[in-house]
Design a binder for this molecule. Structure first.
Ligand SMILES: *Cc1c(COP(=O)(O)O)cnc(C)c1O
Length: 224
């Protein structure tokens, strides 16, 4: 099955045709990314800074790089000059570092706040208390080189559709609630990044504006 055909098949199933497809190309060779690019994809998701750095020079300039994995503060500087959107901001400390690096390269860096919605402890993200604390703090209002444009979440890895739907619903509710709150200018709740190969249809039904799809496009990942 070709990458172009996979993309076409996936798009044909979309519940929401306006929803952005971010092609998750982690572990995949540059030839695969080029094939997706040729088929019209411009948004690519990676979860390792080193891998984005390695691939970025080999792709056309209008490629939009999405950082979707856990990001260490000491690595922000490597992607700050070109990253399109960081989906995985999971602490205030990380957000402050992105702001600092944005200032250095004179860019407003767009980010999503990753919210912990799954049952598993292993997944990253803010819980409600951490989020409220950050949003209410004076330091938060001082940020100048980040645009917080929405939220990201990953549902529990389960076959239980009801549970996945409930978690996505909860994230959408939080998204709507934040929309109505009086937050600084640089916070605008526009994007809701939820859904992967196994659950993107549920996510779209629950209001996702961006799905992050990897294995259904590029095939299973080989981690050796
Ligand atoms: C790997 C990854 C995906 C894509 O997963 P697939 O199941 O291959 O579609 C989506 N989001 C995040 C955060 C990921 O790390």
């Amino acid at each position: 099955m070709s990458i172009a055909k996979n993309l076409e098949d996936i798009k044909a199933t979309f519940f929401d045709s306006e929803c952005l497809l971010v092609a998750v190309s982690k572990t995949k060779p540059i030839e695969d990314l080029r094939e997706a690019y040729e088929a019209g994809v411009r948004d690519f998701g990676e979860n390792k800074v080193q891998e984005i750095q390695a691939k970025q020079p080999d792709m056309p300039d209008d490629t939009r790089w999405h950082m979707i994995g856990h990001l260490q503060r000491n690595k922000v500087k490597y992607i700050a000059p070109f990253v399109h959107l960081i989906h995985s901001v999971d602490s205030f400390k990380l957000l402050k570092e992105i702001d600092k690096q944005g200032k250095k390269v004179d860019r407003q860096i767009s980010v999503l706040l990753q919210i912990h919605i799954a049952e598993e402890e292993s997944k990253f993200g803010f819980d409600q208390a951490e989020l409220n604390e950050m949003l209410a703090s004076a330091d938060f209002r001082e940020l100048s080189h980040v645009n917080v444009i929405g939220l990201m979440g990953m549902a529990t890895f389960t076959e239980n559709e009801g549970q996945i739907r409930k978690e996505f619903k909860g994230l959408k509710q939080l998204f709507e609630k934040l929309k109505s709150e009086n937050l600084p200018e640089f916070v605008k709740m526009k994007e809701l990044s939820m859904g992967m190969s196994s659950d993107y249809l549920i996510a779209q039904q629950e209001g996702s504006t961006m799905v992050r799809i990897g294995s259904s496009i590029f095939g299973a990942r080989n981690y050796n």
